[in-house]
Design a protein around this ligand. Structure first.
Ligand code: SF4
Ligand code: SF4
Length: 133
């Protein structure tokens, strides 16, 4: 798929966590990710799934934290950063942010990591998009 966004720079600053605050959205989580996070937190997968996720249609999402922040957001950033879900890893390269140059420009105001670090071609961004499916 030809994307309107190509050759852009991005490096996550981690601690800013703007994408994890007041999200009002869903963080989808796969079964394999639930297993990985549960292991990282030293708990049983079933316990993690029952207490930290909920069903929405035929998928599961992380339960909400306080003030619409993600449950795993701490002052220092994501407390499960090393094992965060694919959806989180892929940000800011989410389909809705890549629809147009204008939308990408808007995303820049929401993510201070854009414009820094590694260069991403549209091919590489497409690969990241595939990882979310
Ligand atoms: S808003 Fe951007 S820079 Fe900040 S934590 Fe999220 S992805 Fe990283
Ligand atoms: S899991 Fe981590 S990276 Fe993902 S929304 Fe929650 S705090 Fe942010």
């Amino acid at each position: 798929m030809k994307l309107p966004v190509d050759n852009v720079y991005f490096k996550c600053l981690q601690k800013c966590a703007l994408c994890c605050s007041n999200t009002n959205g869903f963080v989808f989580i796969r079964s394999s990710e639930a297993e990985e996070i549960a292991e990282y937190l030293g708990m049983d997968k079933e316990f993690f799934v029952n207490h930290f996720t909920r069903a929405i249609d035929d998928r599961r999402i992380l339960v909400d934290g306080q003030d619409d922040d993600c449950l795993f957001l701490e002052d220092y950033g994501c407390s499960i950063y090393e094992v965060r879900p694919a959806q989180c890893r892929a940000y800011p390269f989410w389909p809705e942010n890549l629809k147009s140059i204008e939308r990408w420009e808007q995303t820049k105001t929401e993510c201070p990591g854009i414009g820094r670090g590694q260069r991403y071609t549209s091919f590489e961004i497409n690969e990241i998009l595939k990882s979310q499916k």
